[in-house]
Design a protein around this ligand. Structure first.
Ligand code: FMN
Length: 360
């Protein structure tokens, strides 16, 4: 199984949670671009499991190995193929639940689509682990976008109702976005971060899990990127972002709140700034009009559901006996996905924007 995104820049992600390796092929990336592998490793580390008390204890180094596409560290115009060798697989953790689909997972639907033999071990190709190859592609795209003055960054906007400060949607600097990347639990407001951590600890103690939202910004994007109707920035970012497991919603700019505003409140009025650049005083449209960038920051928020694997006994069915039964899920799981999903959202945005830029 392979998951593909992109037109001019095409990424294909392959592998499973417990296969020997997972990886990505990237076609159409500009030739001669020097990939900073140290920077990429730092980006990968932000998503990697087992880093703190809030993520799954499954430890994976997530070291990226380039099999093709680079010569002396620079892209050579051929397909880039990069893999991560899984090191800490424990398929036995899943053998007892093969017959009983886990609530909130793709076990049931995958069997309906691919048949009885589909391996659900660790979620197979549906696992959150497959966001590691997404981050390889996204990390490289972020480096490329930076050379064009475009910075992608995100923060944990909420966990189980505890909210961080929002980005200032009119004035987001590359410095602010990059500073957030240095934080282990990346909120703008450190007090909110502590409250969120308490929520996660509380959930884990009660054998439960929590969800939340990630807010992402793309700063420095020039006006005129994106296409009409089906290939707008919102369309492309949404398509790739819903590829991140556990994503259940997305909103751009003022999003759903815009539906409660008057037109006079929601419209972002134009003006020339002191440098003669066209700007808007508000950014309710999230930097996108008609699917095309207007040079204000692109802003979107992504909703993540609570981690489906919880330590409580849950009701399910047995495929074999065709009876109702219960399930107790072993294995190793994040009590909250949101903090590890932050770089995944950045990666998704970077790939979508790079693809649109290369199309123009
Ligand atoms: C970075 C990341 C890590 C994840 N880790 C876990 C986990 O440890 N346990 C779990 O049950 N789900 C985890 N998930 C979510 C599941 O993979 C996902 O909910 C499941 O495959 C069903 O897909 P759906 O929620 O998109 O329908 C993770 C998701 C992401 C993005």
């Amino acid at each position: 199984m392979c998951s593909t995104f992109g037109e001019r820049l095409k990424i294909s992600i392959f592998g499973e949670s417990h296969s020997e390796s997972i990886g990505v092929t990237i076609e159409g990336f500009p030739c001669g671009f020097p990939v900073d592998e140290e920077k990429l490793a730092a980006f990968m580390a932000r998503r990697a499991p087992g880093r703190d008390e809030f993520s799954t204890p499954r430890k994976e180094a997530d070291k990226v190995v380039f099999l093709s596409g680079l010569t002396d560290g620079a892209t050579n115009g051929e397909t880039i193929k990069a893999v991560i060798y899984n090191q800490n697989t424990k398929p036995k953790d899943y053998s007892s639940i093969a017959d009983t689909p886990r609530p909130g997972h793709a076990d049931y639907t995958a069997k309906m689509k691919y048949g009885e033999d589909y391996s659900v071990t660790g979620g197979g190709h549906f696992s959150g682990r497959l966001t590691a190859p997404l981050c390889i592609a996204g990390g490289i795209c972020m480096q490329w976008l930076e050379t064009k003055g475009i910075t992608v960054g995100a923060h944990i906007a909420s966990v189980h109702g505890v909210e961080d400060k929002r980005f200032d949607s009119v004035n987001i600097s590359a410095e602010e976005l990059n500073m957030l990347k240095e934080k282990d639990f990346c909120c703008i407001d450190d007090t909110a971060a502590e409250k969120m951590k308490d929520e996660i600890r509380k959930a884990r103690k009660s054998l439960n899990s929590v969800g939340g939202t990630v807010e992402c910004a793309v700063a420095g994007l020039p006006a005129g990127i994106g296409e009409h109707m089906f290939d707008g920035i919102e369309n492309r970012i949404s398509l790739i972002t819903f590829g991140i497991p556990a994503v259940k919603g997305i909103e751009f700019g003022a999003g759903f709140a815009a539906s409660d505003m008057y037109g006079s409140e929601n419209n972002d009025e134009f003006y020339y700034d002191e440098n003669g650049c066209v700007r808007t005083r508000t950014n309710n449209c999230g930097g996108i009009l008609g699917g095309i960038s207007n040079a204000m920051p692109v802003i979107f928020r992504v909703a993540f559901k609570p981690t489906p694997s919880i330590a409580q006994t849950q009701n399910t069915i047995s495929f074999e006996t065709k009876e109702n039964t219960v399930i107790n899920i072993g294995g190793r799981h994040d009590p909250c996905i949101v903090q590890r999903a932050v770089p995944c959202v950045e990666a998704a945005a970077a790939v979508a924007i790079a693809d649109l830029m290369l199309k123009d």
